[in-house]
Structures are given as C-alpha cells and as structure tokens.
Design a protein around this ligand. Structure first.
Ligand code: ADP
Ligand code: ZN
Ligand code: ZN
Length: 754
C-alpha cells in the first residue's frame, strides 16, 4: 500500500505530492486525511505531512520509495471536503498547498502528542532595561524581543516569533548574549488566560423571543436554502439592533437538530465573554469556541470536539472557516464587512471567499450579515449572485434608533470649544452623567499619522486622480518631503502642496490621540472616571476583556477608544456616543476609506440607545455637509452605496476591476530602489504583451504608506485587471521568474488598506 502526501507548511520547492510506502502495521489506520510523519530529503529529516490519497499499487520504480515513519493521529485530521479545498485555496491565494494544510491542521494538533514547548524568558528585567537604554543593541529584532518580554513576561518561543516576526536565530543570539534563557516546559502547566465559565448566567443569555415577521421571513428563506443543498449565499442586511443574532441562532439550532454542523464566524474583537456567553447560553454544549486566548491544550480539545462531531457549532474568528466540521450545512459571517476576515500576513486569505469555496464543495449555505455590508457584497446581492434579506426595524419595539447630530467644528472652534469636544456634545455628556448614564467617544486613528490636513479649512490633502489621502514621505537623500498617492504613485513635493478647497499652503499632521483626549476629559469632567481602549491599553492579554467588564459594571462613565469599541458591544446604559475627527476617517490613504467611515459611524451609533433609553450620537466634523456624513447621519446605507459604487466605477476599483498589490522589501535602500526598477521594467514589458481583454494597468514602484517596517524598506506596485485570476497570473510569473532571496516580494490580490 502506498500513499501520496503534502508536507505541512511546504515551501514552493517542496510543494509537491510525494509518494511513500505504508508499512504493514499502519495500513489499517491510514486514510486520505491522516496526519503522518515522514522521512524527507537526503538527511531523512522528519516532516509532518497529510495523506491526500491512498493507493494499492505504485506504477514507478518502487525501490526509491521510503516508508512513512508513523501516524500522528489515529483518525484522519482532514475531511474529504477539506482535502478538496486545499488545491483551490492555494490557487486563489498564491500560497503552497502546504500552507493551506498548515491553516487546516493547526500546531496544537501536530504538537498534541508532545505538548512540550520552548519558552523564552528574560534573565533579568534590570539588565534588559539597561541594555535597551544604553542603545547598544543594533538589531531592531533584538530590541523588539526584549521589549516584548519586558511587556508580557515569559512566553513561548513560537509566540515570540509570530508576534514580532523575528527568526529563531535572532532569539538564539540573544540567549548567547546572556540576555534571555530558553527553557523546555510542558505547555499543560500554563494557566488558561480566560476561562469561559460553564455556568452561564441566566436571563438575557438564554431568553428566547417570538421572532418578528421580518426575522421569521429571513429564517424561513435561509432554511429553505439549506434544505436545497445548493451553496446559496444570503446577505442579511439588517440595521443595528434588528436582531440578526437571533436569526443566526434560530437557523443554527435547526441545523444542529438535524445533525448538521455550523461555522459561526465573528470578528476576533467581538469574541468577548459577552458574545460567547450569549451563544453558549442558547446553543449549549454543542458549541466549540476558538479564540486567541486558548492555550494549545484547550485549543486541541475544541478542535477534537469539532472533528468528532461532538461540537456542532464552531464559533471563531476567520481561522474558523478551516474547521474540520462533520456534515457542514451552514457558514455564518457576522459583521461580514469587517476587515479582520482578511488575513494580513501570508497566506493572505479572505475567510469570506473561502466560505464560498467550501459551500461550493459541500453544498452548504453561507449567511453574510451586516448593518453596513461591504460594497462588494452589496454589489453581488444587487447583481443577484447573493440573495438579499432585509431587516428594516429594531427588534425590540422600545429600542428606538438614536438621534444623530452633526456638529460643525469650524464653528465650535470659533466659539472657543477647542478641537476635541464640541459644546453640544459636552452638554449632552453632562446630562447623561447627571442621570447616571454612560458615554462612548470614538476616535479612529488608524493609518492617519502620515496624512496631512489643511490648517485653515481642515480638509485632508487628497490625490487628484484617486480621491484618497496622500501620505507624507521623507526623502532622505536630499532632505526634502513629498506627498505620494499609494494607488497611482502621483507625487507632489510638499512645498508645492496647495489645499484644493481654500488654496492655503499650510498643512499639519492630522488628528489628536486618545491619550490627549483622556487628559482633556479629566480637565473638563474631573469627577468622571475614564476608560481608554486602544492598541496601547490592550497590549497585555486579557486587558481588552477587563476594560469591557469594568465599563459594563459601570466603574467608569466614559469609554474612549479607537475602532475597537465600535463593534458588537452591548451596554444598555450608554445614551451618548461621540464620533470625533470624522473627517480623519475619510483622510485615510485607502480606497475603502469612505466605506470604513460609514461602517464605523453606523456601528458606533448602534452602541447608543440599546436599552430603553433613547440615544444621541454626535458626529464632529469640519465639513458636516459632505454627503457621506449626511448619509451616515440619516443611516441611509443605500444612498451611501449609490455614491460609493459610482466612485468605484469611475476609478475602476473593486468590484469593477480587481486590484493586486506587490510589495518588495529589502534592508538596503539603494538596492531596493534598483531592484524595484528592474521589477517595474519586467512588469511593464510583460503586461504590454498581454491580451487587452485582461485590461491590465500598472502603477509604481512607489514607497509603501509605511515605508520602513521592522528594519526593511518597502516599495509597492499596484495592478488593476479584469479579475483576480488575471492578477494571480501576473503574481505567478513573478514568483517563477524572480529569485525570492534577491527579490523578496509579497503578493495580495485583495488589498484592503492603503
Ligand atoms: P443586531 O445583531 O442586528 O445588531 P441583536 O441581535 O444584537 O441585533 O438584537 C438586538 C436586541 O434585540 C438584543 O438585545 C436582542 O436580545 C433583542 N431581540 C432580538 N430579537 C428579538 C425579538 N424577536 N423580540 C424581542 N427582542 C429581540
Ligand atoms: Zn484648506
Ligand atoms: Zn492617486
């Protein structure tokens, strides 16, 4: 008996099907989908692999065929539908089949039999601090490692490598320097960071409702689709608070009662104890929850429950889409527009696309839910590719939609309020506090630090071709600064920049930070307690949860934060929400800036008035009359969509054309520029020969928005083409024709951020 295998985590050179002989004693237990250890290469080093096919005979020269070493799991780790998915995912996302196997068979499964891990620990905190201060360390990776360990304490070497993208050698070299130690320990000893209690609080979490008519229609329609076994995709478009969760829970319950399984994905940030309790409270023990705070051992248990069919509802972030479910009938993506469904490191897969691919293979249905669907999904629904289901009313009759109030910050500054908190917002806050209510202030700052706004009129400086914010770059060679568009490469020397609205030539860096806001709040409301949720305050594990619990327990009356706070949280006592710096959301350098801003404002507004008390939402802007903010104020998704789809069509952006991004990164700047130009000439020549039907356009090379990252300089190219497979075709040529060591490139056929 023989079998062919894929090596888990294979690189391109080893991403082949390899044939092995199955020794007598293993034959009874070896199937397609089995996890095995095999001797590989000249030195016969041991590799982990997955069996994709089993055959009785081998038609070649069997003398060179090696035996598999052992079975790493008594039952197969992959189901037939997953095996079928491997090839498709690797094609679509330009990764190896071995990469896909790695996503499907997480390390907790491979390590299960040997749960001993290597931990890294500082030899002494004082010494580490001293070395950091003395600036003796030259390597950015070394600095990052020490800082990470100072911040978090002891952690596994794997976690360290994954979190700061350093290499094993870099960690080892710090051990040689005597700054850290590496010790082998059993990861079983790890205390769980977050134990989800089994005794779920009664009441809210278990309560079942009589469905509204809208909810009933949606449930029935989806159940019909599930029965038909025809990979239907539904877009459940329902305003915030319309009871989408209730729809998911009802269909999930039906599916599991008939012996099917459900994958229920939520953005990682919503995997709070609140959501988990809610789902567990209703669906009980048949749930497996996969979140980032699980230890390897807990993760393995969950995974094993899924594989054996003990767990029927798999709740998790994007990686949940690869779960080894038994009899998969339904995949749900809650908040389908959320950016976290797209992986931002290799392989850059989109869980939404993979859900659809899995549906094609298994005949299960996909439900995408959102109050603010992504433009691509709504377009697909309009075109009839998805079935559109609408919930137009809030589920609880007493919960009214919040009043949304635009505030003109130009006037406010004239009135002396400063640029952080307008007078109407301050007044509403005072009223809320006097009634023992709470306030959320949203300040989104992601990706704005390098964009400029006009000092006189507050407008962001945007590209004349693409209407996205241009980003400021230092040109180190001659000490000048330029503004560069990340999509078309258009460049303006900063001294030539003029505001397109008022012709001013004074610009400043956009925005203020959460910490500044916190200090300001202390001076305006000295008696109120403030909680801050942003990247800095949630660095330590569990911090995010702690902040939410404190706010829910009303230990503070104000919660300020970045986009993290806008999603999925349910605080009945919040009556006022402030969206600060709404213009800056639009000043992001991504073509999705408007979409993101609309989504964020809607989600944030959805936090107000969830209980019996009506809510007020203040949107502070320098140009409150601009259409997007008007649409956000009236919560008019369709009007927003019409405007946005017109812009996408005009500029040939998704969904009209596919976008691809290639990033070349090297530690030496001169070499980078030279090689980027070589790639550019190659691309221009190659694309010049292509059939016009592919509609290729190429831009670049241009510096990435974040030009320096972890000690490397980065240049990018943007390609537009008729569809993703045309883009993938170009990526494949580059992969084949360029030496990856000399030209380290990353490829993305669905870039989200500028
Ligand atoms: P969405 O996910 O659409 O924002 P939720 O599912 O969070 O909305 O529902 C909003 C609120 O309405 C929740 O508190 C939920 O318990 C409640 N709810 C949902 N469906 C019903 C119903 N049919 N009757 C009464 N309350 C409901
Ligand atoms: Zn201006
Ligand atoms: Zn441009």
């Amino acid at each position: 008996m023989y079998c062919s295998v894929i090596l888990r985590g294979a690189i391109r050179q080893t991403d082949n099907l390899y044939t092995y002989r199955v020794p007598e004693e293993l034959r009874a237990d070896t199937y397609a989908g089995s996890l095995v250890s095999v001797p590989f290469g000249k030195g016969d080093s041991k590799k982990t692999a997955v069996v994709v096919d089993v055959m009785e005979e081998f038609n070649g020269d069997a003398r060179y065929i090696k035996d598999i070493d052992s079975l790493l799991s008594k039952t197969p780790v992959l189901n037939p539908d997953q095996l079928e998915l491997i090839e498709k995912v690797s094609e679509r996302f330009n990764c190896t089949r071995g990469d896909v196997v790695e996503l499907m068979v997480p390390s907790c499964v491979v390590n299960h039999r040997n749960p001993v891990e290597l931990f890294a620990e500082l030899v002494s905190r004082e010494k580490a601090e001293e070395v950091l201060q003395s600036e003796k360390l030259r390597s950015a990776a070394h600095i990052n490692i020490l800082e990470y360990l100072l911040e978090r304490g002891k952690c596994t070497k794997k976690e360290l490598m994954a979190s700061i993208s350093c290499s094993s050698a870099q960690i080892n070299s710090l051990e040689k320097k005597g700054l850290i130690t590496l010790v082998k320990e059993s990861s079983d000893a790890e205390e769980p960071q977050l134990a989800i209690s089994n005794d779920i609080p009664e009441g809210k979490f278990t309560e079942e409702y009589d469905l509204s008519d809208e909810q009933k229609d949606a449930v029935n329609e989806i159940l019909k689709g599930i029965d038909s076994k025809k990979d239907n995709t539904y877009l459940l478009f329902g305003i915030t608070g319309s009871g989408k969760t209730e729809v998911y829970l009802n269909i999930a319950k039906k599916v599991i009662s008939e012996g099917g399984s459900v994958i229920y994905m939520v953005p990682e940030i919503s995997l709070t104890p609140q959501t988990i309790n809610w789902i567990k409270g209703r669906l009980g023990d048949s749930c497996a929850v996969l979140h980032s705070r699980l230890t390897d051992k807990q993760r393995y248990e969950q995974w094993n429950n899924i594989r054996t069919g003990k767990a029927r509802v798999i709740v998790g972030p994007r990686s949940g889409v690869f779960a080894p479910t038994v009899n998969l009938r339904l995949i749900i993506l809650d908040e389908e527009h959320d950016g976290s469904y797209k992986a931002e490191s290799h392989p850059r897969y989109s869980a939404r696309d993979i859900a659809r691919m899995r549906a094609k293979i298994t005949g299960c249905s996909v439900v995408l839910g959102s109050a603010t669907p992504s433009v691509e999904s709504f377009y697909a629904a309009q075109a009839g590719a998805y079935k559109l289901l609408e919930l137009k009313n809030r589920a609880r009759s007493e919960a009214t939609l919040p009043e949304i109030i635009p505030v003109d910050m130009k006037e406010q500054i004239k009135l002396g309020s400063g640029d952080m908190l307008s007078l109407p917002l301050r007044q509403a806050m005072s009223v809320a506090f006097s009634e023992n209510k709470q306030v959320i202030l949203l300040l989104n700052r992601r990706g704005f630090s390098r964009t400029l706004v006009c000092e006189d009129c507050g407008e962001p400086y945007t590209c004349k071709n693409c209407s996205v914010a241009m980003t400021l770059h230092n040109n180190r060679r001659n000490g000048t600064q330029s503004l560069i568009c990340h999509y078309c490469g258009y460049t303006v020397p900063s001294y030539e920049a003029r505001c397109s609205f008022c012709n001013s030539n004074h610009f400043k860096k956009a925005g203020f930070g959460t910490q500044q806001l916190e200090e300001f709040l202390h001076s305006v409301f000295p008696h109120e307690k403030v909680l801050r949720m942003d990247q800095d305050s949630t660095m330590t594990p569990g911090a995010h949860k702690e902040i939410i619990e404190k706010f829910a327990a009303k230990e503070a009356s104000i919660l300020i934060g970045t986009q993290m706070i806008a999603k999925g949280l349910d605080f009945p006592d919040v009556t006022v929400v402030g969206v600060l710096g709404a213009d800056l959301m639009l000043a992001s350098s991504s073509f999705k800036a408007s979409e993101r801003a609309f989504q964020l404002i809607t989600q944030a507004a959805g936090r107000a008035g969830r209980g019996e008390h009506p809510g007020k939402v203040f949107i502070q802007s320098f140009r409150p009359e601009q259409p997007l903010l008007q649409f956000a104020c009236t919560q008019n998704y369709r009007a927003f969509y019409e405007q946005e789809i017109e812009y996408r069509q005009k500029l040939k952006l998704p969904p009209y054309k596919a976008l691809g991004e290639i990033v070349l990164s090297l530690s030496d700047e001169e070499t980078l520029i030279k090689r980027a130009n070589e790639v550019a000439s190659y691309l221009k020549a190659f694309l010049g020969f292509q059939d016009p039907k592919y509609q290729f356009e190429i831009y670049g090379p241009m510096p990435c928005v974040i030009y320096e990252l972890r000690g490397r300089y980065r240049m990018s190219f943007v390609i537009k083409a008729v569809n993703k497979s045309a883009i993938n075709g170009v990526f494949k040529r580059l992969i084949a024709d360029f030496d990856h060591m000399k030209y380290p490139m990353s490829f993305d056929n669905d870039p989200q951020d500028g």
